[in-house]
Design a protein around this ligand. Structure first.
Ligand code: ADP
Ligand code: MG
Length: 247
């Protein structure tokens, strides 16, 4: 579903991604952990076509992004990639002037051409899935952070993405709210949603991920099953990072 080969990204002379390859197949959940500044967010942004890159190749479904891909000449490809891959941000990015339901149905109506009724039926199903049916008609500004993030997840799913990228979805939340959001993400994973998740939650990486990647200094320094990465880490960076997260 997502295939990244030898991805290189530079900001000026700073090489932020130094040749990263990674594959997420349908129904898999890949978790990316690692120290701040390692390139995790940049990596997700490249996959979603939010950033250009200088080397390598990204394939999402049947669409290919390359260093030559640019917003002017390849707008249709970029749009197709963004439709196929949803993105859940750390800061929920909901529309404050709309209700919860309004946030969910806007894009499906505008972009997918769904009728209001059709979109509303699906929205109510998804709100049920994130346990927020009762909040359909309230403004998102009246919700807690955990509730807002669950709305943001439902809004992303409204676009029927083939895969969803999460960039530290719980790092702006207190532990209880983070738990609510992680529970919803765990349910999605169980239902076979393909996901690529940058996370601070070692519990999520351990218990939900198919595969765990450790990003540091622009490299995927270690990658394996949760049992391998957490139980028998091989790379010094992984050992140091895991010791630090336990402290
Ligand atoms: P992470 O998400 O793992 O914390 P990032 O992908 O945000 O890491 O950043 C990786 C590196 O790229 C950092 O050194 C950061 O300072 C640098 N970086 C990110 N965005 C920019 C930018 N727009 N211009 C220059 N450097 C950037
Ligand atoms: Mg980041």
């Amino acid at each position: 579903m997502i295939q990244v080969s030898d991805l290189i990204k530079r900001h000026g002379t700073l090489e932020v991604l130094r040749g990263i390859s990674l594959e997420v197949s349908k129904g898999e959940v890949d978790a990316i952990i690692g120290p701040s500044g390692g390139g995790k967010s940049t990596f997700l942004r490249c996959i979603n076509g939010l950033e250009r890159f200088q080397g390598g190749r990204i394939q999402v479904g049947s669409h290919v992004l390359s260093p030559e891909t640019n917003p002017r000449q390849h707008a249709a490809t970029l749009q197709a990639v963004r439709r196929q891959v949803g993105f859940v941000f750390q800061q929920f990015n909901l529309f404050p002037h709309l209700t919860v339901l309004g946030n969910l149905i806007e894009a499906p109506m505008l972009v997918l051409g769904e009728s209001r009724d059709e979109a509303t039926v699906r929205a109510m199903q998804l709100l049920d899935r994130v346990q927020l049916s009762a909040k359909a008609d309230v403004k998102t500004t009246s919700l807690s952070g955990g509730q807002q993030q669950r709305v943001a997840i439902a809004r992303t799913l409204m676009m029927r993405p083939d895969a969803v990228l999460f960039d530290e979805p719980t790092s702006a939340l207190d532990p209880v709210m983070a738990q609510e959001v992680l529970a919803v993400m765990g349910d999605l994973a169980k239902d076979g949603q393909t996901m690529l998740v940058v996370t601070h939650s070692m519990a999520f990486a351990k218990n939900v991920a198919t595969r765990v990647h450790v990003f540091a200094g622009g490299y995927d320094v270690e990658c394996g099953s949760p049992d391998q990465v957490f139980g028998a880490p091989e790379h010094e960076t992984t050992k140091a990072f895991l010791a630090y997260t336990k402290a």
